[in-house]
Design a protein around this ligand. Structure first.
Ligand SMILES: [Zn+2]
Length: 251
């Protein structure tokens, strides 16, 4: 049930999906993996939209090199845990929600337990080995998973519905090498907001999810391209036993 204050706060989006949609957001628990370049904008828009319970997981502390893109962290937060800094800003933005900070390293050992009981997972991590652990945990728990990744001026995102659509390992079967990558803040800003947008659609049941396709952002050309991705029956995460390449075709 929404309060009078919530009806007022969310009035412009209640016009879109009604009080029922807003109540769905309020009763949702979303797991945001990462409080960095993608996690900050994704969490900010999910908090502003009224997702009732955000769990935000990140083991790092704020560093000065983060500040060109990780917009929930300020100069005065340098050295503080990112999840503490992020929680403070999110609650200042919207005191009606719950924000649960988890200063943990996400791995195969804990991912399934961490996401259990959540309605949706936002993948805002920066390494593919951690993403694979999260993807498998989402599949195991049958939780929709919104993937996003960036480098430099470019990024991509996709929505994954376990058991129904191509998963992260169908799309990206080999992890790119781990490295310090260049990035301009607007790239994760754009992709993180798209992830929040897809999450809001998924929770409220609005529109069509971006499943079985990768949305590619070419920031230098300022262009989006859609790539069709098919589920791989041999995917080691969601399919059979042997690893095979994801199949792609331009659409
Ligand atoms: Zn798969």
């Amino acid at each position: 049930m929404l309060t009078d204050s919530e009806r007022e706060r969310y009035s412009r989006q209640i016009l879109l999906f009604g009080e029922e949609g807003q109540e769905r957001l309020k009763s949702s628990k979303v797991f945001i993996a990462g409080a960095g370049g993608l996690g900050c904008p994704a969490a900010a828009y999910l908090a502003a939209a009224g997702v009732g319970h955000l769990v935000i997981a990140d083991c790092d502390s704020v560093d000065r090199t983060n500040l060109n893109r990780q917009i929930l962290h300020y100069e005065s937060d340098i050295g503080r845990p990112k999840v503490v800094s992020a929680r403070e800003k999110l609650l200042s933005m919207n005191p009606d929600i719950r924000v649960e900070p988890l200063a943990v390293i996400i791995s195969d050992n804990n991912a399934s337990t961490l996401v259990s009981g959540c309605d949706l997972v936002v993948d805002a991590l920066d390494t593919f080995t951690d993403r694979y652990a999260l993807n498998r945990a989402a599949i195991r728990n049958r939780i929709p998973y919104i993937h996003g990744a960036v480098s430099g001026f470019d990024g991509h995102m996709a929505t994954i519905i376990p058991g129904e659509t191509a998963c992260l390992e169908c799309m990206v079967p080999e992890a790119p090498p781990r490295s310090v990558f260049p990035v301009v803040g607007t790239t994760p800003g754009l992709i993180g907001v798209l992830q929040a947008h897809e999450a809001i659609k998924q929770i409220t049941g609005q529109g069509e999810p971006l499943t079985n396709q990768l949305v590619l952002w070419d920031g230098k050309a300022s262009q989006f391209t859609m790539i069709r991705v098919e589920r791989d029956p041999d995917c080691p995460a969601c399919g059979g036993d042997s690893r095979a390449s994801g199949r792609r075709r331009e659409i």
